[in-house]
Design a protein around this ligand. Structure first.
Ligand SMILES: *Cc1c(COP(=O)(O)O)cnc(C)c1O
Length: 232
């Protein structure tokens, strides 16, 4: 078994364990393998171990990898910050985009989504940590943005995403995830039909699953430490 295959097995076990604790079914949680900075060969190894959904943060890097892996039935998710001059490429090669936090970006993605593809699945990134510096719409602005994005023809608004500031301990990690879950509940009470909470990374996966994550975005625990030196 490759290191990647055994890491994947361990991550899937951790998801199943947390789901059991939360009295959820493990199948409610999709594992998104975050392959940024790792080569196509690593993605291929993960595919051979059963993994199908992959997350990338840099458009140019993703373009090369997606092209090199065209022979595999993979689902690609864009999870990085979105620059306006990259929306066309994103709309053309990804199935999901997790980090939408401005209407202007959503409008460009909708307008540029190729007509022969299904609608682009979108999550709105919410800044649920007061001191979080990773972008995202403020919690009190999310309802307005969600109503506007839900009307765009070539997008399918699926839910909310967050990257909370690192917190110590399970209770501290759960708090921002609980906040995100509550925000989605409120949006659905206002008539939206959101089904996705994209939350949880390698170090806070358990807290995220306990609070209702439906997509966890895991890189390091699957592929190892990233080396940004030669890449970004
Ligand atoms: C890199 C990245 C991840 C993966 O983080 P790990 O700590 O390696 O699991 C998850 N989400 C986003 C948005 C990322 O940029």
């Amino acid at each position: 078994m490759t290191v990647i295959a055994s890491n994947l097995q361990a991550v899937n076990r951790a998801i199943a364990q947390a789901a059991r604790t939360a009295q959820r079914r493990a199948e409610e949680v999709t594992l998104l393998a975050v392959s940024k900075t790792f080569p196509a060969t690593a993605v291929r190894a993960a595919y051979q171990a059963g993994q199908r959904a992959f997350g990338e943060s840099y458009v140019q890097e993703a373009q090369g990898k997606i092209e090199a892996l065209r022979d595999l039935p993979l689902e690609w998710h864009f999870i990085g910050p979105i620059q306006s001059n990259k929306t066309r490429a994103i709309a053309e090669i990804f199935a999901w985009v997790h980090g939408v936090d401005r209407l202007k970006i959503a409008e460009r993605l909708s307008a540029q989504r190729p007509q022969n593809l299904p609608p682009l699945n979108v999550c709105l990134q919410v800044n649920v940590s007061a001191e979080g510096s990773k972008g995202g719409v403020a919690p009190d602005q999310v309802a307005g943005l969600a109503q506007a994005v839900a009307r765009l023809p070539h997008l399918r608004l699926r839910g909310l995403m967050a990257i909370p500031a690192p917190a110590e301990g399970l209770a501290g990690q759960r708090k921002p995830f609980a906040h995100l879950r509550e925000l989605m509940r409120q949006l659905n009470a206002q008539g939206l039909a959101l089904d996705t909470l994209s939350m949880g990374m390698s170090y806070d996966l358990e807290a995220a699953v306990l609070e209702g994550a439906t997509i966890v975005r895991i890189g390091t625990a699957i592929f190892g430490q990233r080396n940004y030196g030669e890449n970004k």
